[in-house]
Design a protein around this ligand. Sequence first.
Ligand code: AMP
Length: 391
Amino acid sequence: MFDKKTVKDVDLKNKKVLVRVDFNVPLKDGVVGDDTRIQAALPTIKYLLDQNAAVILCSHLGRPKTAADTQYSLKPVAEYLDKLIPQSVKFASDCIGPVAEKAAQDLKPGEVLVLENTRFHPEEKKNDPEMAKQLASLADIFVNDAFGTAHRAHASTVGVADYLPAVAGFLLEKEIKYLGQAVSDPKRPFVAILGGAKISDKIGVIRNLLTKADQILIGGGMANTFFKAQGYPVADSLVEEEALDTARALLETGGKKLRLPVDVVIADAFDAGAEFKVMNMGPIPDGWRILDIGPDTVSNYSKVIAEAGTVVWNGPMGVFEFPNFAKGTFGIANAVAESGAVSIIGGGESVAAIKQSGLADKITHISTGGGASLEMLEGIELPGLAALQDK
Ligand code: AMP
């Protein structure tokens, strides 16, 4: 259920519309790498143009300290967008102040303007009301379509909504619908697969999903902390000592819902070329470390995934950047793609894995937001969503 107003609920004709998009894309030497987030913003941009709105896009990119960090300029992104849509795309070298005001004033219905990186102003991250007001002064309506930043209360995601009618774009709506439904009203059995490096990032998610999911399948580095909490020596495996008590508590409340790998791939170094072997889970020999889940675990987990009604996956099952330790992650990717379940993948690394495996088109929904999707799974209300007008 989506109870916020969207672009469909407001009159956009000949209006100036400020859209917060998530153009936080990988840039190398001024060239856009993965353009998923730009593509994902197009439906809203096209709809606004069809409505004859003047479209002003703003976003952050990376973590610049000041405007002098020009490698974080959005100009290359504006140029990239210019090639993607028939309309010509203008660029303003600041997101507020005289340059932005002039560019916004001159912008005509049916035209597109990209503003410079909002984080070139430190006020952005402080959700400074003055900055929010200045951004708002550029337009008549505010649209938030930046799911990837919706968990941050910043001037361009939350503050600006105090000064303009504020509604959701199609991407934000879609993300919230899929992730929200998975958590609140999933087709069962609801299976969550959690991996990645650290358990501490996902404690809140595990806690919340223990009350919602039917099974939680654990892999990746975070499994090691659970193993250690169970009393296994894990040798040189990545472990979070400070999370051991929490891991113990989760194992206790989780009971049979929380599943751990039954076998693992261990290596004699953290290296692509390391010596490696598969072993049933047990004490890890000195000098070795766990870098992937084993084949029996892939097979057990795959059976659970095949029976699922809903699957949510966040975090790789091993160090999949090294081919010898990628079998677990790709095995799970395969199982998720083959399953008839509603499948949702979030988090940068698992999304990268599913794309690498060429199975992305078999997934129901691939989220554009790592942190934001985790907060959804944790059951936290996203500030960027909360700030929008109710239906
Ligand atoms: P995250 O950003 O938390 O999803 O973590 C992703 C990273 O976890 C990937 O870069 C993996 O290489 C890493 N990872 C997965 N399994 C392990 C493991 N067993 N030991 C160390 N790192 C791991």
